[in-house]
Design a protein around this ligand. Structure first.
Ligand code: SAH
Length: 218
């Protein structure tokens, strides 16, 4: 039985509820984030053959040598970005299959998601279409340059690991804005940067493992 068949909608919802309980047990406390994770059918963002693994806490392949992010990491990053404030206008770099953009759409006012691999962006568009999320915009672009046309952003979240923090991303932060990205090569760590005027306060969070942030589009 496929999780995509209408008669399996209930099974998928139960699997999602178990995932959310696990996230809570792993320390995610932000109810709005947990509610957003409950809303988004993660199985619809992976190939049908992987649907049964969709609610496990693992990254899964989405083609083009890329992966859909691990649910815990998605929840953790959004929770840390939200602490004490609203996400507001949000830029996501590395839309991949569109999963995190969908989660963000429930907690941010506007989501601009960029992806450098055009066919993968087409997949994201197809995945997101049935969800009819009115506040998500997708674009094929090299996100190391940010997305100047819609800047500044209250929040920037990067789903691929950078060797160093791209200057454009810091520049496109609104006052009080926050940027979260994995930094490093083999050894990566999440870094959060908060803009106060022209001062950028940096804090280091947990160790993570992301695909690399590359330049250019393909
Ligand atoms: N956010 C996705 C995770 C996708 S993996 C999810 O919800 O599962 C990270 C993605 O970042 C890959 O699709 C990769 O192609 C993309 N990426 C890497 N470098 C990029 C860049 N400079 N600009 C835009 N996207 C980039």
């Amino acid at each position: 039985m496929s999780l995509r068949r209408p008669d399996a909608v209930q099974a998928a919802a139960r699997a999602r509820a178990r995932m959310v309980e696990r996230l809570r047990a792993q320390g995610i406390r932000d109810d709005k984030v947990l509610a957003a994770m409950m809303q988004v059918p993660r199985h619809a963002f992976v190939e049908e053959g992987l649907a049964y693994s969709a609610y496990d806490d693992t990254a899964l392949p989405i083609g083009y040598q890329q992966t859909i992010s691990q649910p815990f990491v998605v929840a953790k990053m959004i929770e840390a970005l939200r602490a004490g404030r609203e996400l507001g206008r949000t830029l996501e770099v590395g839309a991949g299959c569109g999963y995190q953009a969908a989660v963000l759409s429930f907690v941010a006012t506007e989501v601009y998601a960029v992806e450098r691999i055009r066919p993968l962006l087409d997949v994201a568009r197809e995945n997101l279409r049935p969800l009819r999320l009115p506040n998500v915009r997708l674009k094929c672009a090299d996100g190391t340059m940010g997305l100047p046309e819609a800047a500044p952003y209250d929040t920037i979240i990067v789903a691929a690991a950078a060797a160093s923090v791209p200057a454009s991303l810091k520049e496109q932060l609104a006052p009080g804005g926050r940027l979260m990205l994995p930094v490093g090569g083999a050894d990566q760590r999440l870094v959060m940067i908060e803009r106060q005027g022209n001062v950028f306060r940096e804090s280091r969070l947990e160790a993570v493992r992301f695909v690399p942030l590359l330049t250019g589009t393909e």
